[in-house]
Design a protein around this ligand. Structure first.
Ligand SMILES: Nc1ncnc2c1ncn2[C@@H]1O[C@H](COP(=O)(O)OP(=O)(O)OP(=O)(O)O)[C@@H](O)[C@H]1O
Length: 254
């Protein structure tokens, strides 16, 4: 219980996020010069907890995350949070596939993120150290961030994303190419954030990871999106033939 209290102090969103749910993609069209990725994407990401997006390479999973982040704008349509109020700055934390860390120490990266998040200068050291403890990285505090191993960099990126106590955490294959132990460390932090009320949206190809983390799963294939299905049901008996083929490792041709 004590740990949960500590986690709550460290991870619970700085402002309640429920009112920004569901997240709705309404009539979204997104295309590039030679290819339309989404012609008319309508998708509700409704529940709290962890939503996992799965689907073959190039299906457009990362683009859904990038649109959520406002990094890519749809050509048409819109993304609506809850009743439609604009999402306040600092409510989304991102972890992308390739970590981009500052040329500073591990601690320096977290202190910078805390400064950006508006945390009082006097509280930053304590907050950063608590994050490092959460990530099992206290012993690396003074190491140059860019010299860390891939798994350590990914974990630091996750801690940095949580520094501002966001209500929504968006992760794009956060443990691709990590070993099982490094993956377990990442998953532990994600689960703890979720238990503290952070809404998590995670892209993964790892069915084991989806089974361990996901409450619901969305399947994306050729610009079409299956509405969220409960994770257990999806992994056992997915709604579509394409999802079944994907889970069985078969080539998807239509
Ligand atoms: N800025 C861009 N310009 C042109 N094409 C793009 C751009 N961004 C993404 N795409 C294309 O959109 C498609 C979907 O990309 P996206 O990164 O969302 O796929 P993904 O489902 O995340 O794939 P993966 O599992 O391989 O990471 C790809 O074919 C990609 O090449």
């Amino acid at each position: 219980m004590r740990k949960l209290n500590n986690d709550m102090a460290l991870l619970a969103p700085h402002a309640p996020f429920e009112k920004y749910l569901p997240i709705r993609f309404q009539g979204v069209h997104l295309g590039f010069t030679k290819r339309v990725i989404y012609a008319d994407l309508n998708l509700d990401i409704g529940g709290s907890g962890i939503t996992t997006i799965m689907g073959p390479n190039g299906a457009g999973k990362s683009l859904i995350l990038r649109m959520l982040a406002g990094l890519v704008q749809p050509d048409k349509g819109r993304i609506v949070y809850g009743e439609g109020a604009p999402l306040p700055a600092g409510q989304i934390g991102f972890v992308f596939q390739r970590p981009v860390l500052l040329r500073r120490s591990v601690l320096g990266n977290l202190l910078h993120a805390l400064a950006i998040a508006g945390v009082d200068r006097l509280q930053r050291d304590e907050h950063a150290n608590a994050l490092l403890e959460l990530g099992g990285m206290l012993h690396l505090a003074k190491s140059p961030a860019r010299k860390l191993s891939g798994g350590e960099q990914q974990r630091l990126t996750l801690l940095r994303a949580l520094a501002g106590k966001p209500g929504l955490l968006v992760l794009d294959e956060p443990s691709a190419s990590l070993d099982p132990q490094a993956t377990a460390l990442i998953e532990n932090i994600v689960l703890r954030a979720s238990q503290c009320g952070v809404k998590v949206i995670l892209v993964t190809h790892d069915q084991g990871q989806a089974a361990r983390l996901a409450d619901e799963i969305i399947f994306v294939h050729q610009g079409k999106v299956e509405q969220a299905q409960a994770a257990g049901a999806f992994l056992k008996n997915p709604a579509s033939r394409q999802a079944k083929a994907y889970l069985n490792g078969e080539l998807l041709i239509d």
